[in-house]
Design a protein around this ligand. Structure first.
Ligand SMILES: [Zn+2]
Length: 460
């Protein structure tokens, strides 16, 4: 009778078992299991203990695999997925100028199609949460279709203060519209684009709006030397060519004589709800400012390297106690949204540039890509680790291939050997989105075919 009652009680519990469980908030467990019920994690630990705690639960055996928390991608632009591999060899400033032309060629429908490509890629790569920066606002539909958890940030641009009222009213209206996309997995934020596209007055106004509407707030900050030159001395490609291109050439431009981080500090935008994306061109005092104000950083090592921007000082951020997550940035700048690739790029860049193999380790990289990202986004109470009471956002990585053989340390296998292709199961909030390498929420073939058609239509 007892066992029958237990079976009845646990019929809504599913236990996933694998050779390795990486809870991230605690050490790896060999022959581990995770119990999921009602969209939440009920237990994670040694398989025997978990299975015995939930008699009658459905058991799913993943065998020679690693179960870990889904990746938290702290910076993406799904809308630009159709630009993958298009402008591969330009420095940041020139890249941006060219990019503006291509962006204007996409229709609203094209942006939806492009966003679907990004969302489907993220799910199949084991990314379960994204901090998505939206130019058109269309990626919110793709995020919902895919079943991802997200903070969808509405971007805003504006240098002409005579039109500030208009620009802010438009942003307010966009936020109202986005708020109608109610979804328990979705949070809306605001994203003034960057120091060279948003005026000081607008930064202040957006910061006020974010506080008033209780929205998280993010910006691209200190990404390139071009941005530093623009802020410090009012010179360079962003001061001249960009302004001319977008019709801002007659606006006042003054050299501010400081770094981008110090420049923004003047406008009272920093705080724990503020996410600074990139932070490559920063010095010691800048890092102190960011740390003192509790600012979080999205580190995008691959994008920064590919666009010739440089290497953000991740070890110094971590030493200062700054919350840091990893971001793939858009496929237009980093080509693939693969957090394994980001972890690997990060550890190689930082060790290589510092000529020191003691810089970072594989476990730290996995932590930054999961729980670290959750902390950076202020979501660590819900996601980022496999712990009882957290949302069931988890993935399974197949260890059958030769590049995983043998395994001494699962963290090492993931960081130095794995890629997005090795993910075969993805769950968000207890809902499987990807199973046996098949996307359950979207028609992957149609998503790719539609994206190819956009490319053909616009560029042949
Ligand atoms: Zn970006």
């Amino acid at each position: 009778m007892m066992s029958q009652r237990s079976e009845f009680n646990n019929k809504d519990v599913t236990v996933y078992r694998a050779e390795w469980i990486l809870p991230v908030s605690s050490g790896p467990v060999r022959d581990g299991a995770v119990a999921v019920s009602g969209g939440m994690i009920s237990a994670a630990g040694p398989a025997r203990e978990v299975i015995n705690s939930f008699p009658g639960a459905r058991l799913v055996e993943f065998h020679h695999a690693i179960i870990m928390p889904g990746f938290v991608n702290c910076h993406s632009h799904f809308e630009y997925s159709v630009f993958r591999g298009f402008l591969d060899n330009l420095n940041f400033g020139r890249w941006l100028l060219e990019f503006i032309d291509f962006k204007s060629r996409l229709s609203a429908d094209d942006y939806v199609i492009s966003s679907r490509l990004g969302a489907s890629e993220c799910v199949s790569a084991g990314i379960t949460t994204v901090a998505e920066s939206m130019y058109s606002g269309k990626s919110v539909y793709a995020i919902k279709e895919a079943g991802l958890r997200a903070i969808a940030f509405q971007e805003a641009l504006g240098m002409d203060d005579s039109r500030l009222g208009e620009t802010m009213a438009a942003l307010d209206a966009s936020l109202d519209e986005l708020n109608e996309q109610q979804d328990p997995l979705l949070e809306i934020g605001v994203f003034p684009h960057a120091t060279y596209t948003v005026s000081a007055a607008m930064y202040k106004a957006v910061a006020d709006m974010a506080r008033r509407r209780q929205k998280k707030f993010a910006t691209h900050l200190a990404e390139s030397k071009a941005e530093s030159a623009y802020i410090r001395s009012g010179s360079g490609v962003l001061a001249m060519d960009l302004r001319e291109k977008v019709g801002w050439e007659n606006l006042m431009r003054e050299p501010f004589g400081v770094t981008p981080v110090k420049y923004l500090q003047q406008w009272d935008v920093y705080g724990p709800d503020f996410l600074a994306v990139h932070c490559v061109q920063v010095n010691g005092p800048d890092i102190e400012v960011l740390a003192k104000n509790g600012v979080a950083i999205a580190h995008c090592p691959k994008s920064n390297a590919k666009l010739g921007c440089g290497i953000a000082p991740l070890p110094a951020f971590l030493e200062s106690g700054i919350r840091v997550g990893l971001g793939t940035d858009s496929p237009a700048s980093s080509n693939v949204m693969d957090m394994f690739g980001e972890m690997r790029t990060a550890i190689f860049l930082h060790r290589g540039s510092q000529r020191d193999a003691a810089v970072l380790d594989a476990a730290e990289c996995v932590q930054i890509a999961t729980l670290g990202g959750a902390r950076a986004l202020g979501m660590e109470d819900r996601i980022g680790s496999l712990e009882s009471g957290k949302q069931a956002d988890l993935i399974a990585v197949d260890m059958e291939h030769s590049h995983f053989t043998p395994i001494y340390d699962p963290y090492s296998a993931l960081v130095y050997g794995a890629s997005q292709e090795d993910v075969f199961f993805v769950m968000v909030g207890g809902r499987p989105l990807y199973e046996k390498k098949v996307l359950l929420t979207m028609d992957e073939e149609k998503v790719s075919a539609d994206a190819r058609a956009v490319k053909e239509k616009l560029w042949g």
